[in-house]
Design a protein around this ligand. Structure first.
Ligand code: GUN
Length: 296
C-alpha cells in the first residue's frame, strides 16, 4: 500500500482564504482590523524563519501585522513590560512570543503575562483549563491543525483509536483533549511507555509529537492507519547540507499507512493558518462578536 498524502499546504491555503474573507467582513462591517503582534527575542535562525512565515501570512489574510525584535540579552522585566504594553493596546488582538526564549527569561512567566483573551498560541494555563473542561476559548494552533487534518481524512473521529506520542503542554496534552471532544478513544504515549511500537499499532490514527527525527517506524503502524507527523527536525543531508524531517520515518511509514502528512508541507503550514484563525477569533471575542464560522 502507498499512503495518500495529506497536503497540508493545500488545505492551509483553503483555510487561510476563508480567514481572509472573514477578516474582510469584520473590517468592513464592524470597523475592526484584527491585529497580531509577534515578539522575537534574539536571532535563533529557526525562530527567524517561523516568525517570518507568521508575519507574512498575517498580512496576506488582511490583518495588521506587528513585529517586535528584542536583543538576546534583554532582561526579563523589559520583555514583560513589552507584553503589558501589547495587553493594553486595543488595536492588538493577538500576542505571540516566539519560543524558545534565552535562559535569563522564564518562559512560564512570559506565557502567563499574556492576557488570556489575546493568547492566540493557547499556551496560558487558563486557556488550557478552558479546553480541558470543554469551555469555549482559544485552541492551541498545532493541536487544532492536527484535528483538522485528521478530519479531512476521516470526517468524524468518533470511536476511532487515536494514539498521541508526546505529552507536552503545547501539543500532546491539548491534542488529547481535542480528540476526546471528537469522541475518539485516546492513548497518550510517552518516553516511559512500555512497548511503544505495540501501543502505536493500536492506532487508527497516530499523531507523532516527540521531537525525535524519524523515530516512528513502518512496523509501528497498523496497515491503513492515518499518520499525522508534528515533528520538525533539522538533520544532516550529507556534504555539509541539512534537511528537515519529521518524527516519522516517512518513506517506510508511507508504505504501510493509509494516509500521511509530509514534512515539510503537512502540519506546519496548517498550524500557521490556525494561528490566523485564532487571531480573528480573538478579535471577535474582544469586540463582543460571535466566533467566526470558519474551519469548523
Ligand atoms: N516555537 C515553536 N513553535 C511555536 C509556537 O507554536 N508558538 C510559539 N510562541 N513559539 C513556538
Amino acid at each position: 500500500m502507498t499512503a495518500r498524502i495529506i497536503d497540508g499546504t493545500d488545505i492551509a491555503a483553503g483555510l487561510s482564504q476563508a480567514v481572509a474573507d472573514a477578516v474582510k467582513h469584520v473590517t468592513e462591517d464592524h470597523r475592526i482590523e484584527p491585529g497580531l503582534a509577534v515578539v522575537l527575542v534574539g536571532d535563533n535562525p529557526a525562530s527567524e524563519i517561523y516568525v517570518r512565515s507568521k508575519t507574512a501570512k498575517t498580512a496576506a489574510v488582511n490583518m495588521r501585522s506587528l513585529f517586535y525584535r528584542l536583543p538576546v540579552a534583554v532582561p526579563e522585566d523589559e520583555l514583560l513590560e513589552q507584553i503589558e504594553r501589547l495587553n493594553q493596546d486595543a488595536t492588538v488582538h493577538g500576542i505571540l512570543v516566539q519560543l524558545p526564549l534565552p535562559p535569563q527569561i522564564d518562559s512560564r512567566k512570559v506565557i502567563e503575562a499574556i492576557i488570556p483573551l489575546k493568547d492566540v498560541d493557547g499556551f496560558h494555563p487558563l486557556t488550557a483549563g478552558l479546553l480541558s473542561t470543554g469551555l469555549p476559548g482559544i485552541v492551541p494552533c498545532t493541536p487544532l491543525a492536527c484535528i483538522m487534518l485528521a478530519k479531512k481524512v476521516h470526517g468524524s473521529l468518533a470511536g476511532l483509536e487515536a494514539v498521541v506520542i508526546g505529552r507536552s503542554n503545547i501539543v500532546g496534552k491539548p491534542l488529547a483533549q481535542l480528540l476526546l471532544m471528537e469522541n475518539a478513544t485516546v492513548t497518550i504515549a510517552h518516553s516511559k511507555t512500555r512497548d511503544l511500537p505495540e501501543v502505536c499499532r493500536r492506532g487508527d490514527i497516530v499523531f507523532a509529537a516527540v521531537g525525535r527525527a524519524e523515530m516512528v517506524r513502518g512496523d509501528w503502524i497498523k496497515p491503513g492507519a492515518t499518520v499525522i507527523d508534528v515533528g520538525i527536525n533539522r538533520v544532516s543531508a550529507g556534504q555539509g547540507k541539512t534537511k528537515i524531517v519529521g518524527d516519522v520515518a516517512y518513506t517506510q511509514v508511507a508504505e504501510i499507512a493509509g494516509a500521511i502528512t509530509p514534512v515539510p508541507g503537512g502540519v506546519g503550514p496548517m498550524t500557521i493558518a490556525c494561528l490566523m484563525l485564532n487571531t480573528l477569533k480573538a478579535a471577535c471575542m474582544q469586540n463582543g462578536l460571535p466566533p467566526p464560522n470558519v474551519g469548523a
